[in-house]
Design a binder for this molecule. Sequence first.
Ligand code: PLP
Length: 467
Amino acid sequence: MQHRYRSKILDEIRNHSLDSDLKLAHQFALDYINNVDDMPVFPKPNDLDSLKVFDSPLGDEPEKTEDILTQLHQYGSPATVAQTGGRYFGFVCGGILPSALASKWLTDAWDQNPAMYVLSPVASKIEAVTEKWLIGLLGLPPETVAGYVSGSSTATIIGLTIGRNYLLKNLGYDVFGQGLFNAPEIKVVLGEGAHSTIYKALSIIGLGNERIHKVPCDDQGRIQVDQMPPLDHKTLLILQAGHVNTGNFDDFQTLCTMAKEAGAYVHVDGAFGLWAAANPEFKHLTDGVQLADSWSVDGHKTLNTPYDSGIILCRHRQLLINSMHMVGSYIILSEDRDNMLYTSEMSRRTRAIDLWATLKGLGRKGVAELVWELHKKAVYFGDLLKEGGLDMLNDIVFNQVLVRFKSDEKTDTLIKMVQDSGVCWLGGAKWQGQSVMRISVSSYKTTYEDIDTSAEDILRLARELDS
Ligand SMILES: *Cc1c(COP(=O)(O)O)cnc(C)c1O
């Protein structure tokens, strides 16, 4: 008879009641949420300095959850970037809607592994239902399937892998068995304005960065249709719904039609812009996008889901499954949806539930209005800055505003001053060889008053810089 070993540490953890810990987490979270709008949008130097309390070696003895939470709230909360407040305009970052935050707390307690139906029937059900909803909202073909991944970066890797495999398979080459060693050459075509994650994905999947055909774009970052090279059945064409700087959209109708006639494969990077399809006033921006073969999109930007929410959508179900295929004697597939067939991961969070709860918490109308409000607010922001003397560089077709202040030097300095001021946060970029300020209105929390306050601060700092 074996000695029944029991760890004293684990015994204590098992005997401890979670009640007070969860209450404390709840109290700290509410404290954070209630104060986030009064925090500097980027932490101040003394709060960043305090992060050194985390620089400690892992202790031998367990610490109490209460102490862990207290340290996180005391030193971590003040050092967060106030992205869930109303005045964060950096990169493209959404807030977090209440239905998803609350349901995430509950489903974190479930800690389901959504890989297979037998691991989590509820995750299987919700992934399948959300897939249908997404197809409806985004106006995609009925045969489209969805895989839930960490973000658009991963969704793009999967989309381009399917594209590569589609073309090689049509060329009679067994890429699944033979890899790329003796594969026929594929032609990758994209716009000069493609997001950097596209280049990363191409390099990861063995297509490299130096043999790409880059098509010149116009001053809004859209592919110039008359500059397109000839397309054929060896072409992987990558288009964009929502340029990261201008927010503009490629001409899908024309480009997808050209691609389809040639037998090319089309992937669309729609990280934040694909949601334009969910509003009738905006739908024209995505006209023709449904002709593509696959699409990558995020929940955690425009839709304001919690992070860790990207989606790969693809009209070739079997090819997606073949591309993400794995086997093992212990794998039990079912008649129901086995989620791991649609992504590169096996075990992961049940992130689709966040997306499902967000969509349910908004309804079709709420999604449409969210997209429309972000746009209207971006236009409002742009008008204030233009009236205040900044140069407007883009047509605000979606939620992105690009402005500039006189020279590269002044623009870069102004960005730094705005960031230090703490009223709002925005970043810079190079656009057509010049320094620009990027403003992304992406959070449902942003009010017109937030924009007034932010624009006032930006213009005050611009005057100061100019005097
Ligand atoms: C943000 C973004 C990406 C990358 O998405 P992640 O979710 O951060 O991985 C890709 N393309 C565009 C246009 C983006 O804005």
